[in-house]
Design a protein around this ligand. Structure first.
Ligand code: GLU
Length: 447
């Protein structure tokens, strides 16, 4: 099998965790096959709301996440194809003109509701005579075009949801072309899926009913029918749908907030699946272990705090070579030794700069009045050269001479030498500071 998948964002906004999860699932699935293809389709038939800037942003975000594509195209370049498909559907009578105004349709739906009937389109337009249609046109009404569903039950075996059926008799005939000739999403998507030979349509489960209608359009246009996988939507940790907060959960924002691309992928690939969430240093393991059968039917919970934890765990494992260039850009010195020392103490890469300043820039540590004498004594017995065991021999000596133990012994030293109550291993901090600066800080000087 040569799977071909597509990710089809609309260029009417930036990518957020919800649509990136769909992109990622497509990508993980297809990357397990040597000759699998990932197509990036930009859904920009809505020429008013789609912008070039959003499109560039989408490409930038996917690139940053490492979700590479093998080919890409814009729907706005393909109106000829959609026109040709519409002509074919009109010829066979599957696409028919309707002249109702939005107000008329609305009134109709209200009436149906009052009569306890489902608010589906009543297909009145199918009974219009040629004269009636012409009369509407003379009135200046432009037709919109609906696809005539078969009224039968459409079934498919969904890669995530198993056996599915949609009764097209319970759906309104979908509008494929608006009065102004513009296309809604439904037809262009099918035309492109046929044309690109998409083998698996992987998307959110909000498209399930859509798939029922689209399968009928596939059948009306070609012999090609892809497989379908509908993945549950993301919810917040409180179980509420994320849609209102998606702005703050844009990939762009998460990146600005210091989240690593691999942390985002590690989390989004695994939430809502039977595999545990873990920070991955590459997407290889995520690809290897991906299976549609592991995706649960319940909504997947996205929790920003969990993302921060995964981000921290990822950084704790990240080797220096991977972050070197970014540390240089952040102006962080100290090389590999410094990175290995502090990486367990950061949640976000930019936090490194705080530690770099704390250790390499002149700084007066924190000394409480009650510890002033103790710190002075500590400075006095600090050896002139610092080796691997200096910290343990020095603190052992201080324990003996001052009688201090545990937190009373170590905390004043940590605060005086780093200005903080928590942080990296002190033996290494001491050797990075060197004897002169350590003494200065213990005396309360900016060293
Ligand atoms: N542009 C559509 C959306 O974002 C694509 C849906 C699909 O994958 O077919 O909902």
């Amino acid at each position: 099998m040569k799977p071909v998948v597509r990710f089809a964002p609309s260029s009417t906004g930036r990518l957020h965790v919800g649509n990136v999860r769909t992109a990622l699932i497509n990508w993980l699935f297809v990357r397990a096959f040597e000759d699998g293809k990932f197509v990036l389709r930009i859904d920009d038939t809505d020429t008013v709301r789609s912008t070039r800037a959003f499109e560039d942003g989408i490409r930038e975000d996917l690139t940053w996440l490492g979700l590479t594509w093998d080919s890409t195209f814009n729907q706005s370049d393909r109106f000829d194809l959609y026109d040709a498909a519409a002509v074919r559907l009109k010829k066979t009578g599957r696409l028919y003109p309707c002249y109702e105004t939005a107000e008329e349709l609305d009134r109709q739906r209200k009436l149906q509701r009052m009569q306890n009937k489902p608010p589906t389109y009543n297909r009145a337009a199918l009974n219009l005579t040629q004269e009636q249609k012409e009369a509407y046109r003379r009135e200046g009404r432009l037709p919109h075009w609906r696809f005539r569903l078969s009224g039968r039950i459409v079934t498919w075996t969904d890669c995530v949801r198993g056996e599915q059926s949609v009764n097209t008799g319970s759906l309104s005939d979908p509008v494929l072309v608006r009065g102004d000739g513009s296309y809604l999403y439904t037809l262009p998507s099918v035309v492109d899926d046929i044309e690109a030979g998409i083998t698996h349509v992987v998307r959110g489960e909000d498209h399930v009913a859509n798939s029922g209608a689209q399968i009928e359009i596939f059948r009306a246009l070609s012999d090609h029918l892809p497989n379908f996988a509908h993945v549950p939507l993301l919810v917040g940790k409180d179980g509420a749908v994320l849609s209102k907060r998606l702005g703050s959960l844009s990939i762009h924002q998460l990146r600005e907030d210091g989240m690593e691309a691999l942390a985002v992928c590690s989390l989004l690939a695994r939430i809502g699946t039977s595999d545990p969430v873990d920070a991955q240093l590459s997407t290889d393991a995520l690809v290897k272990e991906f299976a549609f059968s592991k995706i649960g039917r319940a909504p997947a919970r996205f929790d920003e705090d969990e993302l921060v934890l995964v981000n921290a765990r990822l950084l704790h494992r990240t080797p220096y070579s991977v972050v070197k260039d970014r540390l240089d850009t952040l102006g962080v010195s100290g090389g590999e030794g410094f990175w290995n020392l502090i990486r367990a103490n950061i949640e976000r890469l930019p936090d490194t700069a705080t530690w770099s300043t704390a250790i390499f820039a002149p700084m007066a540590g924190q000394i409480d009045d009650a510890d002033r004498e103790f710190c002075r004594a500590a400075a006095e017995c600090l050896p002139a050269t610092i080796g691997d065991d200096t910290w343990s021999s020095w603190t052992a000596e201080l324990r003996q001479t001052t009688g201090r133990e545990g937190g009373r012994l170590f905390m004043p030293l940590r605060k005086a030498l780093t200005g903080r109550r928590r942080g990296p291993e002190m033996a290494a901090v001491l050797s990075l500071l060197g004897p002169e600066r350590a003494k200065g800080r213990l005396h309360g000087e900016a060293a």
